[in-house]
Design a protein around this ligand. Structure first.
Ligand code: PXP
Length: 243
């Protein structure tokens, strides 16, 4: 079945709005796990606008599933990853002024640099995922620099409608098939919600979906446990993966 990775950055965003103790991403991670989440994702941004290093330390000590650290491939954050040893690092591009990760990583133009940074993480036993657009050149690049997983950027699919949405879905499906044939595990993420996830789950052999905003938004109305449980039930119902 497709794994559900839940991104809990937004919990820390609310906490940081008041520099308070609550809501606490560490306690929320426990609820995500109890509700059936297969992994916890946090993005330690260079500007520390939501998740703090302390959250990472506590999550590493407390969660029972898998910890996925989303991060820029800078020396500073790589050193933090090496200290805390998440199960997986997802490398993303990062811009200070963006609201959220805006596009995929440009692997092709940064092969040597990325390979060097990825080697450090792999040597520490950390799985590497690269967040990329649905582009064969970027997929080839991801394979060459030693990634185990690619996470396909589903933002354009999520933000479009009608014919354009169908075209974006086709792009994701063909990129996923191409990457699987290259021997990569294929995940998907960005903008996925309780409706648009269903077509994404038709991708055979999909490894994981990483979802943040829609789950945390729904949790404001019905609670985090129910919000995660509902998403998990959708995955159980529609997943075409027998991994
Ligand atoms: N995957 C990656 C690489 C991301 O950067 C994000 C956003 O932090 C997500 C998944 C989750 O996206 P959303 O919050 O839109 O579900």
């Amino acid at each position: 079945m497709v794994k559900l990775g839940v991104n809990i950055d937004h919990v820390a965003t609310v906490r940081q709005a008041r520099l308070a103790k609550d809501p606490d991403p560490v306690r929320c991670a426990l609820l995500v796990e109890l509700a059936g989440g297969d992994g916890i994702t946090v993005h330690l941004r260079e500007d520390r606008r939501h998740i703090q290093e302390r959250d990472l330390i506590l999550l590493r000590e407390t969660i029972n599933t898998r910890l996925n650290l989303e991060m820029a491939a800078t020396d500073e954050i790589i050193n933090i990853a090496l200290k805390n040893k998440p199960d997986m690092c997802t490398l993303v591009p990062e811009k200070r002024k963006e609201l959220t990760t805006e596009g995929g990583l440009n692997v092709v133009d940064n092969m040597d640099y990325l390979e060097k940074q990825i080697d450090k993480l792999k040597f520490a036993g950390i799985d590497i995922s690269l967040f990329i657009d649905c582009d064969k050149k970027q997929i080839d690049g991801a394979k060459k620099v030693g990634a185990k997983i690619i996470e396909l950027h589903t933002g354009c699919y999520a933000n479009s409608k009608g014919k354009k949405k169908a075209e974006e879905l086709d792009k994701i499906i063909s990129a996923a098939n191409y990457a699987k044939n290259c021997g990569l595990l294929v995940s998907a993420g960005h903008g996925l919600d309780y409706q648009n996830i269903i077509d994404i789950l038709q991708i055979e052999g999909l490894y994981e979906v990483n979802i943040g905003h829609s789950i945390i938004a729904r949790s404001v109305y019905i609670g985090l446990f129910e919000a995660v449980k509902t998403m998990k039930e959708i995955i159980i119902t529609y997943s075409k993966t027998n991994l």
